[in-house]
Design a protein around this ligand. Structure first.
Ligand SMILES: Nc1ncnc2c1ncn2[C@@H]1O[C@H](COP(=O)(O)OP(=O)(O)O)[C@@H](O)[C@H]1O
Ligand SMILES: [Mg+2]
Length: 245
């Protein structure tokens, strides 16, 4: 399968982990089997968001060091059947190398329909490792110049790493605020600056921010998930229109 997707951004806090969780839940709802891999070594968070924090005994570094089998480092979401998580190493010094991480992903890729990799911010070694096995990338940005510039840097670095298939997710979009701030004339200007084709526009949503702090349980019924529903369809190659709030 060629559905290994890295979710990256230049700047921190743009919503990478949020996009990873919401997209995974949307894919699972469509009957896909999804493995989420937290690659934010030393700063992992998906285990909390998925409500499996207490269950984690082994992480990705244990799997490659032989402390456990690969299967033992994969945890099932209690709330979303068909959604699985591999946690990032708790300590930053246990960061995996790009080649080791690629081997790890290659050894499990045929067991899943999608593998979604949550990258750390920036274009440093953690990002390079997260991108190593990726077939495609989602670049998550907010509609503000520092965030867009970070996204553009990520785009160029991904190209250099051979990940050519890239799409843009504009997250935490608030139309009123966007008009007031006037950083950009319109959304097209954001897309032009990011130089990447838009695949989803995610609104600022109180629902999303609350849900993400309490775990993904209940996310299934949120209206905010409609955007991710379409994102999942578009990734699956279906031609559905963008949902613009
Ligand atoms: N669409 C959104 N609407 C409201 N809050 C959001 C949205 N996306 C992300 N957030 C919030 O922004 C913060 C950073 O998101 P997170 O996914 O942790 O970013 P990153 O992984 O890029 O560092 C979190 O508090 C999260 O709940
Ligand atoms: Mg994160």
């Amino acid at each position: 399968m060629d559905n290994v997707i890295v979710v990256a951004s230049g700047k921190g806090g743009t919503g990478k982990s949020t996009v990873c969780i919401c997209l995974s839940v949307a894919l699972v709802k469509k009957g896909k089997k999804v493995l989420l891999i937290d690659c934010d070594c030393g700063m992992r968070g998906l285990d909390i968001m998925l409500d499996v924090e207490q269950d984690i005994l082994f992480d990705a570094s244990d799997a490659v060091c032989g402390n456990c089998s690969f299967g033992e480092a994969i945890y099932k979401s209690p709330h979303n059947p068909n959604l699985y998580l591999m946690a990032a190493p708790f300590d930053a010094e246990n960061e995996l190398s790009p080649s080791v991480f690629r081997q790890l992903v290659d050894s499990v890729r045929n067991n899943f329909d999608y593998i979604i990799i949550d990258s750390p911010a920036g274009i440093g070694s953690g990002f390079v490792t997260a991108s190593a096995p990726a077939d495609k990338a989602l670049i998550v940005t907010n509609a503000e110049p520092t965030s867009v510039r970070g996204g553009l840097k990520v785009r160029r670095k991904l190209e250099a790493l051979g990940v050519e298939n890239q799409r843009l997710v504009i997250n935490r979009f608030d139309r009123k605020m966007f008009r007031k701030l006037r950083f950009y004339e319109d959304l097209d200007a954001v897309i032009d600056a990011a130089q990447t084709q838009l695949i989803a526009l995610v609104p600022f949503s109180y629902d999303i921010s609350v849900i993400m702090q309490r775990g993904a349980a209940g996310l299934e019924d949120s209206a905010a998930l409609q955007v991710f529903d379409r994102l999942a369809d578009r990734l699956d190659g279906r031609r559905v229109p963008l949902l613009i709030h």
